[in-house]
Design a binder for this molecule. Structure first.
Ligand SMILES: [Fe+2]
Ligand SMILES: [Fe+2]
Length: 358
């Protein structure tokens, strides 16, 4: 018998094991890359900085951090109804994203072991961190009587192939945006203890320092490959990755604004803050930043949010599929147009600030 209070609306593969949510453009991605190309990379121009980062990873500041203490030892049935559903979804998305980092870094550690030992050890130590993060989130899901079968996820998910340089842009940004997401939630709850409805957020302060260090590692690796940062292609690609990371987060979070509301956060303000901070951080290594202070930026993203709502309504309408196609086509066009206009917005040159930031 399924207790609808404890397991609201989720399908299970086995008792207590949640069917992973469907892969879409907005769900966390799993990556693979050209391991040989990565092994051939010459990192000597920035080797000292990479060695210093490796030393930090070895210290393992969070060795004793991820321990489920007495705060967790109670029933969480007080978080019920839609909030419970949103909680489980948040934990699943976060766990999947952390686990995707674990898999990629683990594989890189394994494949680079003999050819590029410095990078291999960095990747292994980052995979150690991500395994802890994913495991901690999966344990948290079990407070809501569900968990993910990570072995099943490994085998069943599709993997996106990215050449090494695109892996670096994407993982750098996801680590840094992860840092800003976690620290912003942590700081908010620090000043609003009444909104602390579940203890996992109390762990975010030290946790996000792992993500910050991971981000610094990718920053250092890109500096070791200056051609990834300083030609016209680098400018186009960094714009592309900044926009896709920001837009994906914004569309996801606004759709789940009730989750953020349960923590006393306004999803839109939260995202605007995280985007602003991540954009500034990225400007220390990327040749440019996006003009996220321009109101047009969020106006266009808000059109995309509305489009998403319309698409979901059409999908749930019961209209025959071929008719849905004609209803959806103009919305996809509008979506594409907004994203194109966003991409073409004049970026901000970050190079003049690089000297000062370092
Ligand atoms: Fe992580
Ligand atoms: Fe990380």
């Amino acid at each position: 018998m399924v207790d609808s209070l404890k397991k609201p609306g989720f399908e299970e593969m086995r008792p207590g094991v949640k069917v992973p949510s469907k892969e879409t453009l907005l769900t966390p991605r799993f990556y693979t890359t050209d391991f040989d190309e990565m092994a051939r990379m010459d990192i000597s121009v920035n080797e000292d900085e990479l060695r210093a980062i490796l030393e930090e990873f070895r210290v393992d500041y969070n060795r004793h951090h991820f321990v489920r203490d007495a705060q967790f030892e109670k029933s969480w049935d007080s978080i019920d109804g839609e909030t419970r559903q949103l909680f489980v979804e948040f934990l699943e998305r976060s766990c999947t994203a952390e686990f995707s980092g674990f898999l990629l870094y683990k594989e890189l550690g394994r494949r680079l072991k003999d050819k590029s030992p410095l990078l291999a050890e960095c990747f292994n130590l980052m995979s150690r961190d991500e395994a802890r993060h994913a495991g901690f989130l999966n344990k948290a899901m079990s407070d809501f009587n569900l968990s993910l079968d990570l072995g099943f996820l490994t085998k069943s998910r599709s993997y996106t192939f990215f050449k090494p340089k695109f892996i670096f842009y994407a993982t750098y940004l996801s680590e840094k945006i992860g840092y800003w997401r976690y620290i912003t939630i942590y700081r908010h709850l620090e000043s609003h203890p009444e909104d602390r409805i579940y203890p996992i957020f109390n762990f975010f302060e030290n946790w996000c320092q792992d993500e910050n260090r991971h981000g610094d590692f990718f920053d250092a690796i890109m500096r070791a490959q200056p051609q990834m940062l300083n030609d016209w292609k680098a400018k186009l690609w960094s714009r592309f990755f900044l926009l896709s990371v920001f837009a994906t987060m914004y569309l996801n979070d606004i759709q789940r604004k009730d989750f953020y509301a349960s923590l006393g956060l306004d999803a839109r303000e939260y995202d605007i803050h995280v985007i602003k901070k991540t954009n500034e951080t990225a400007g220390r290594v990327f040749p440019l930043m996006l003009d996220v202070e321009n109101p047009e930026f969020y106006q266009r993203l808000d059109v995309c949010v509305k489009n998403n709502e319309k698409l979901t309504a059409i999908s749930n309408s019961g209209t025959p599929k071929f008719l849905q196609f004609f209803q959806k086509a103009p919305i996809y066009l509008s979506h594409g147009w907004q994203l194109l206009k966003l991409y073409l917005m004049k970026p901000i040159d970050a190079v003049p600030a690089h000297g000062q930031a370092r």
